[in-house]
Design a protein around this ligand. Structure first.
Ligand SMILES: [Zn+2]
Ligand SMILES: [Zn+2]
Length: 71
């Protein structure tokens, strides 16, 4: 299946399993021993590239059905 940006829009938004959709995977303030009272996630998630999720392309059969209905 070809993968380009336009195809990527055709799908369902899926929250990243790693960061839960926040786009940040964990907290890192640069200190060896974190002393933050309220450590906030500030490291962009590797899995979703900091986007918090991605478009999950529709399964092929679903696409065909959609085209049939619309066509
Ligand atoms: Zn910290
Ligand atoms: Zn993520």
């Amino acid at each position: 299946m070809p993968r380009n940006k336009e195809d990527a829009q055709e799908g369902e938004w899926t929250d990243c399993w790693n960061c839960g959709g926040s786009g940040y995977s964990h907290h890192d303030c640069g200190e060896d021993c974190c002393a933050c009272l309220d450590p906030e996630d500030n490291v962009p998630c590797d899995v979703c590239d900091g986007k918090g999720g991605w478009f999950q392309p529709y399964p092929q059969p679903l696409l065909e059905q959609k085209q049939l209905v619309e066509g």
